[in-house]
Design a protein around this ligand. Structure first.
Ligand code: SF4
Length: 336
């Protein structure tokens, strides 16, 4: 199974609530999880547990709320001149203001030729624990696995980090990765017809140990023969990054793939999520990188219809069209 197919099947399974995490939270994939070296570490899958005010967050917007807007002194009460509410470069402040208006976190009104803004609702305490999952279907081809997991443990940005694999996990494997890392072995049921290919079961080989997210973390940057360059990331920076991860996860989710415009594509929804199954290849395919005229099995067709956003709305606590948003839109229409 390719890493891509493994990742989608795992996300669908976690979302179903039949896996080791409850399905009450947000599953997302491919999220940045480093601070000093942005983009230096990408987590394959993140599971965000709901916090006490999850519903309040869902009621604001279906999109990610920009961090600068949350950090600003714009609140839900008094109208503020946008420029004086940010402690950052005016260009960044403007971008954050525009985006916050676009997604419906801010509302605005003109006064004396200036634009004043306020939050539509106070930013809620909406997320709990963050679980990071590193996918390595085949431990025989580990790549940078050990270094990545060591980074996750020493930076401790997520509450728990887990390795998910299809391989049989030996004592030697366990000894090579930090003891805080949990290990899931994923079993696939290939016995049935096409759809059964995504039926998974997860065996918890080792439970993760909670990481110290409230303390400063150490982020390894570069390795040299005799030394490793590191950055110390303080607790406040980590808290901000955790919020960005949660927001990004909320806005993005994991259905960020396309379906192939090919006769052979026979979307598999046996898991309750629509996955890009190819009958010719006999597996889930990545339309973006595998499909098209260069594939020997390609037979052009109309892209199968699937509303992945509606599916996410139906199957998860994420809300595609929160009522607050609808109210604002009808409010805008009045002045349109
Ligand atoms: S282009 Fe190839 S891999 Fe993609 S759906 Fe068609 S046959 Fe399958």
């Amino acid at each position: 199974m390719s890493e891509f197919a493994f990742e989608l099947a795992l996300c669908a399974h976690l979302e179903s609530g039949d896996g080791p995490v409850s399905g009450d939270g947000i599953v997302a994939r491919q999220l940045g999880a480093s601070v000093a070296d942005p983009g230096g570490r990408i987590l394959d899958v993140v599971y965000v547990e709901p916090g006490p005010a999850f519903d309040d967050r869902a009621a604001i917007t279906s999109d990610a709320i920009p961090d600068a807007a949350i950090e600003s002194t714009v609140g839900p009460g008094r109208w503020r001149y946008w420029k004086s509410a940010f402690d950052c470069h005016p260009d960044r402040a403007r971008r954050a203001t525009d985006r916050a208006l676009e997604v419906g976190f801010f509302e605005s009104r003109p006064r004396n030729g200036r634009e004043y803004v306020r939050q539509v609702a106070r930013y809620p305490d909406w997320y709990g624990r963050l679980v990071g999952i590193e996918n390595k279907p085949d431990l025989g081809r580990p790549g940078d696995l050990e270094a990545q997991l060591r980074t996750d443990v020493s930076l401790a940005l997520v509450d728990e980090i887990v390795l998910a694999t299809e391989s049989y996990v030996t004592r030697a494997h366990l000894n090579r990765i930090p003891e805080e890392v949990g290990v899931w072995r994923v079993h696939r049921d290939d016995s049935g017809d096409d759809g059964a290919a995504t039926a998974l079961e997860i065996e918890v080989v080792r439970e993760p140990t909670p990481l110290t997210v409230d303390d400063p973390g150490i982020e390894p940057l570069a390795s040299h023969p005799a030394r490793t360059e590191v950055a110390v990331v303080d607790a406040d920076e980590k808290a901000r990054k955790r919020r960005r991860i949660a927001e990004r996860a909320y806005g993005k989710g994991w259905r960020t793939y396309g379906l192939p415009d090919c006769v052979q594509c026979d979307p598999d929804d046996s898991s309750g999520a629509t996955l890009p199954w190819c009958a010719w290849a006999g597996r889930i395919v990545d339309a973006g990188s595998e499909c098209g005229p260069s594939c020997p099995g390609y037979d052009p067709a109309t892209t199968p219809e699937a509303d992945l956003e509606a599916e996410r709305d139906r199957r998860t606590p994420w809300v595609a069209e929160p009522s607050g948003k609808q109210r604002r839109q009808s409010g805008l229409d009045r002045f349109g």
